[in-house]
Design a protein around this ligand. Sequence first.
Ligand SMILES: [Zn+2]
Length: 399
Amino acid sequence: MDKIYKLKGQSQHYVWGGKNYIPTLLNIPNHTNQCYAEWWLGTHNSAPSIIESEQGELLLNEFIVQNPTALGQKKLANTLPYLLKILDVEKPLSIQLHPTKQQAETGFIRENAKGIPLTDSKRTYKDNNHKPEMMIALSDFWLLHGFNHKEKIIATLKKRPSLTALAEQLTHQNLDQFYAHIMQAEQAQLFSWLHPIIIENKTSYQHNQLSLNNPDYWVLYTIEAMEVPLDKLDAGLICFYLFNIVQLKKGEGIYQDAGIPHAYLRGQNIELMSCSDNVIRGGLTPKHVDIAELLKIIDCHEINPKIIPPAPKTQSVFTYVTPARDFALTNIRYKSNQKLTLETTYAEILLIMEGEVKIYQNNTTLTLKKGEAAFICADTDYQIHGITSGYAVIAKQPE
Ligand SMILES: [Zn+2]
């Protein structure tokens, strides 16, 4: 089925989202001053995209049920295996990690057997899929990613008088034991660790004198941004001293494998992941934290963050390299009057990030501006003509 259609995504108005970035990208008004946290393109049941088909507007998942050949001859499943998102992180997100495929399958069956409804706040496994994810920064982007090296954690803790006892403790423990201890700490204990740090750094924080590589900065920033009361401190705040604080420049990316703890702190990005909503939380959240499940799934290995380099400016078509099997992200650059010929093996979603293009496929012509998207069926040859220069991203399956 060689066809190409316009596709409309859906937004998620989570409270951590900014109010301008996504409305500006999509060229839509935000009269009611809502938070636009995420823009989703895909078939996920929580917010399926809408396709402009020959039969009128249809949900993309319904369209695929009616037109299974849209996914291609070699397809491995009956749905689109990936989900493409734009995120605008104004306030920090919870620390989270994602299960392996096998953990998700077991966990989903277990929670179903217990009769926990899918909408229950204590439900961890919303589906039976894993959720590796990659992201490309659209601005300077800050995040937590995996455990730092034990020696570095000890050195960081030692520098803070209220945390020196923790540093001493870590010399006798492995990271798993140490992390379990932190995550189960009582409120009074959290207060005795964190309150002296908050007092000591308050003035320099307010005068913007703390480096963004300094975990103290992120402790104070998170307490302010998330309005954390000092009598309800979150064990996740200690994780700023344990995890890698990573800065991505615009265009750089990172991949989150199963079990790696991570938290998006600030910035905008493009995210591409397996189609799943399985999130195990590890703090920085007022939501339910399932400590037992968290400790079972978390990967406490020391991690050297691997930054994915930006797409080279000289290449019109460039696919980022990641270990993902369900998805790949391609960057397409065009200048005005430039013509690019492309073909699909599986179904793809194309999103214009900058500029404007015309897309030609058999008798169909689509004009797409910044923020507009298309669904391209499998086994389709098509041409992109640049009208004004810019770039697009294409979500697809690896060949
Ligand atoms: Zn994640």
